[in-house]
Design a protein around this ligand. Structure first.
Ligand code: ADP
Ligand code: MG
Length: 231
């Protein structure tokens, strides 16, 4: 059965969000619509300051829209209570940022395990999953290394494994290769594109790199508060 791959994971309709810039209220997201199914990938491009990070925050349940609606696997997260929402986010959404945000005092393996810690009952299974993901991102022999002993690309690969450890339905990435040189960025990009396809994750990635964006199922540009098709 392949029907699972057509499952709608992310849906946003008429998203509007303002921000205060220098005392003025600016409509940063005017009317944004998008849908991403399981196993599909969407690249979001657009000029700096156009609202790409704001959009990822809205999709990631971190910033509520002023109007419009978000559904994640058919659920409107903004109707949830705070604790319920935190659990939902931790279980279903993986985040990768430009900065890796690894805990410096924890090994690669311990860092990957962080999102699974709330599920105390899953201890052994989570560790097996974390080890497997570290193998998948090519760091099988670096599980006990500390972040300070890893290169920028390796740290970002640890962050990829951490984002996937709870088997999220949705992976949101904000310029994940922005801090890496071209070659390393390509390796890291290939790594999470392959992994998210294999795992059937709905992937939304903000990137400035048109060559990288071309490798996604769809590419759209955020400009003047709207998402327009580039493919
Ligand atoms: P991008 O990621 O495309 O560069 P952002 O979504 O980060 O754009 O930001 C869009 C605009 O909104 C920027 O001008 C930014 O300074 C402003 N902005 C973002 N978040 C906030 C906030 N919480 N408060 C005030 N201004 C914000
Ligand atoms: Mg940004």
């Amino acid at each position: 059965m392949t029907t699972q791959n057509h499952e709608e994971c992310v849906r946003a309709e008429s998203i509007r969000r303002t921000v205060q810039i220098g005392g003025a209220t600016v409509n940063i997201l005017e009317s944004v619509d998008l849908t991403v199914n399981a196993g599909e990938s969407l690249a979001v491009m657009g000029p700096s300051g156009s609202g790409k990070s704001t959009l990822l925050h809205v999709l990631g349940t971190l910033t509520s829209p002023e109007s419009g609606q978000v559904w994640l696997q058919g659920i409107d997260p903004y109707t949830m209570r705070r604790e319920e929402l935190a659990a939902f986010r931790n279980d279903r959404i993986g985040f990768i940022f430009q900065e890796h945000y690894l805990m410096p005092q924890c090994s690669a393996l311990e860092n990957v395990l962080v999102p699974s810690l709330v599920h105390k009952d899953r201890g052994e299974r989570a560790e097996a999953r974390a080890r497997e993901l570290l193998e998948e991102v090519g760091l099988g022999d670096r599980q006990n290394s500390m972040p300070s002993e890893l290169s920028g690309g390796e740290r970002q690969r640890v962050a990829i494994a951490r984002a996937l450890v709870n088997r999220p339905a949705i992976l949101l990435c904000d310029e994940p290769t922005g801090n890496l040189d071209r070659h390393t960025g390509e390796m890291v990009g290939t790594c999470f594109l392959n992994l998210s396809r294999r795992e059937g994750v709905a992937l939304v990635v903000v990137t400035h790199d048109p060559e990288f964006a071309r490798r996604f199922d769809r590419v759209r540009e955020l400009r003047d508060g709207q998402l327009t098709d580039m493919t």
